[in-house]
Design a protein around this ligand. Structure first.
Ligand code: 5RP
Length: 231
């Protein structure tokens, strides 16, 4: 069974959590986009919700799906955020930001009473770190910030290369906020809380992709006898 089919199964189950009148955070990535598309079907059938998109890409997808949008200025508290993840561990700690939307994703998740993560089973890990950890930094002072990030990573008991993310054209990838992303190939993050504390203390770091204490639930789709199974 393809990852796309599993992602769709997780997204479809998440749509069942949405109730009339809810204020929703709309995540970013291929799984979250499937959720947005399926939610759009419900909205066109009469469901009343408003959504805050976590990226310009999701804004476009939500508009195309006919989902009414709002902002955290007009709607500072959300009922439920549905978002994907790059990794999830047994404590519902996440690595996010593979799509570069980690900053808005974290702001929206923090403004939500509940955050439910939708993933295929391949995203489950015992220890976070196999997926390179995205670290969003301001362009000013990139060389110095990169050195300080490397030191913070070492102080938190991790090790591995930092790579400036680039787009398909080879130019540095720019986030929706106009920032850069350093991807940290750490392999294992033995103490995610310590690493999170060390990274936010570095001037120039805007945000990092460790989501700790934000997810309240997860919908994980795995293949069983050729059918998606939610675990
Ligand atoms: C974007 C994210 C995504 O949720 C994450 O990359 C998972 O994406 P996908 O659903 O395409 O596998 O954090 O910043």
């Amino acid at each position: 069974m393809s990852p796309a089919a599993l992602k769709r199964a997780a997204a479809a189950r998440a749509v069942e959590l949405v109730e009339d009148g809810m204020r929703l955070g709309l995540g970013t990535g291929s799984t979250a986009t499937l959720f947005v598309e399926l939610l759009g079907e419900k909205v066109r059938a009469g469901l009343s919700v408003v959504g805050v998109p976590t990226s310009e890409a999701t804004r476009s997808a939500a508009q195309a799906a006919g989902i009414p949008l709002t902002t955290l200025d007009d709607t500072p508290e959300l009922d439920l955020t549905i978002d994907g993840a790059d990794e999830i561990d047994p404590q519902l700690r996440l690595i996010k930001g593979g799509g570069g939307a980690l900053l808005r994703e974290k702001i929206v998740a923090a403004a939500s009473r509940r955050m439910v993560v939708i993933v295929d089973g391949a995203k489950r890990v015992e220890t976070l770190g196999r997926f390179p950890l995205p670290i969003e930094v301001v362009p000013f002072g990139l060389g110095a910030t990169t050195r300080a990030v490397a030191a913070a990573i070492g102080a938190a008991g991790c090790d591995g290369p930092l790579t400036l993310r680039r787009g398909a054209d080879g130019a540095p990838f720019l986030t929706d906020g106009g920032h850069l992303i350093l991807d940290a190939g750490l392999a294992r993050i033995p103490d995610p809380e310590a690493l999170a504390r060390a990274l936010v203390a570095v001037p120039g770091v805007v945000e990092h992709g460790l989501f700790i204490g934000l997810a309240t639930g997860a919908i994980v789709a795995e293949a069983a006898d050729g059918q998606p199974r939610i675990v």
